[in-house]
Design a protein around this ligand. Structure first.
Ligand code: UD1
Length: 425
């Protein structure tokens, strides 16, 4: 397995272009299943998760033409040849569950492997399933698979979700576009990726209102048609590189993105002493030259502080002046980066869902191991700030969500390199 070697201590300076959002692109790709006509997506990031989903869509019969150079992807689901999403692909990526809503809406049946838990939590899919039942689907769980059917098609209904779930909102919103009548999704997620999906579905001919609020209303239509859509900027990549600037005492211009995508995160950075300046189609993140001040954060559904930026924020707080209390409310096991950060000299104590981070003057490089996508990037950030060499193993997690991360960072002065498997072994 590849490793990443970092020699820390260089303040980053320069421009980083932010890629299209993984978590926006994934549901957009599955939206192609809703129509026999082509869906043309641009700004599609070249990530392992996108490759996995293309593999899945291909075996459903979708023709996928991806031009990596221009970052465009043409998806044509003229005929759905299989309504089964097999375990072998779903287990690689939980977001594969996003084919369920479109398949049942278009084909009136679907068989999708249950995704199972992952390292950060049990992550059930009950809200997806209950919502589809309320739209008239019959759901049976058998042999590790979700068997969903709606022989007469889905019928609009009011679905009140007990918890705010991003992918459940997306699945139900997509399913409802082809249902008979009106669907009201109550307690819906408000993430920018939901709005991006709604924009694309509208371009395909869907009637949707209220996206970006907690109540989304969808009037079902007979069919959806061809559309062209650009994937929004990745707000988690944006936040990650903002921290890279601050943790190294440097300054970066983050291009093709916006502070509007992450209001709570930006305000936490400003409280910590960061200088943030909007300019053109991006913004500057600059260290004030003073040590970072400890701030408390609690993860929450959007527009609150994103759980996907919690590990990176913790890395920043390890070298703060004072201390910081970080509370994780979305996933039950999302502190696996803590012992690894402590191996680099951080002072962190965990009590249940809260971590108390007492700032230290300096992190020290060490061999560490990545455990999930965002935890692994928090180790990259810590490595950029640490004195000496950090060697990160299991970096395949990083490749799921960060496009060309070493290139982007090294162009701004970071001493970072990938050691390929054969050499690392
Ligand atoms: C999405 C994001 C992920 C992010 C998460 C929270 C994608 C592809 N992934 O994941 O990066 O960390 O939102 O912002 O967009 N839950 C249930 N039952 C369900 C569904 C969810 O109990 O049926 C719980 C989850 O276990 C979790 C909480 O609800 O505790 C929120 O999870 P959810 O928003 O569904 O996360 P994902 O959509 O899987």
């Amino acid at each position: 397995m590849d490793q990443i070697r970092i020699v820390g201590g260089t303040p980053l300076k320069g421009t980083i272009e932010i890629s299209g959002a993984k978590n926006a692109a994934l549901p957009l790709l599955t939206a192609s299943l809703l129509s026999a006509d082509p869906l043309n997506l641009s700004n599609v990031p070249d990530l392992a998760d996108i490759h996995s989903l293309i593999e899945l869509l291909t075996q459903h019969g979708v023709k996928c033409e991806w031009d990596l150079g221009s970052k465009t992807l043409k998806l044509t689901a003229q005929t759905i040849t299989s309504t089964t999403a097999p375990y072998d692909i779903v287990r690689k990526m939980r977001a594969s569950i996003l084919v369920l809503g479109p398949l049942i809406a278009r084909c009136k049946e679907a068989k999708v492997s249950l995704p199972g838990g992952c390292s950060i939590g049990t992550r059930p899919v009950d809200i997806h399933l209950r919502g589809l039942e309320e739209l008239g689907a019959t759901i049976n769980l058998q042999d590790g698979y979700i068997h969903a059917s709606a022989p007469n098609g889905l019928v609009g209904a009011t679905v009140t979700m007990p918890l705010v779930s991003v992918t459940a909102t997306e699945n139900l919103m997509m399913a409802a576009t082809l249902a008979k009548g009106t669907t009201k999704l109550v307690n819906a997620a408000r993430e920018p990726e939901i709005v991006d999906l709604a924009n694309c579905l509208r371009a395909m001919g869907a009637t949707i209102q209220g996206d970006g609020t907690d109540t989304i209303i969808i009037d079902g239509v007979e069919k959806l048609s061809a559309a062209t859509h650009r994937v929004i900027a990745d707000r988690i990549e944006t936040g990650t590189f903002a921290i890279a600037a601050l943790i190294t005492g440097g300054e970066l211009y983050l291009k093709n993105t916006s502070t509007d995508l992450l209001p709570s995160f930006i305000s936490s950075l400003q409280k910590a002493g960061a200088i943030i300046e909007n300019e053109g189609d991006g913004f500057w993140v600059k260290s004030s030259g003073q040590p970072i001040t400890g701030v408390d954060v609690m993860t929450e559904p959007y527009p609150g502080f994103a759980t996907d930026l919690q590990a990176q924020m913790m890395a920043l707080m390890t070298i703060c002046k004072g201390s910081s209390m970080i509370t994780e409310t979305i996933f039950e096991n999302r502190f696996m980066h803590v012992p690894e950060l402590c191996r680099m000299g951080a002072n962190i104590t965990v009590h249940g869902s809260t971590a108390l981070v007492r700032g230290v003057d300096q992190l020290k490089g060490a061999p560490v191991m990545a455990t999930d996508l965002r935890a692994s990037v928090s180790l990259v950030l810590a490595g950029l700030a640490a004195e000496g060499e950090t060697l990160i193993s299991r970096v395949y997690h990083l490749d799921r969500g960060y496009e060309h991360i070493e290139e982007k960072l090294s162009r701004c002065g970071a001493k970072i390199e990938r050691i390929r498997e054969a050499l690392a072994a």
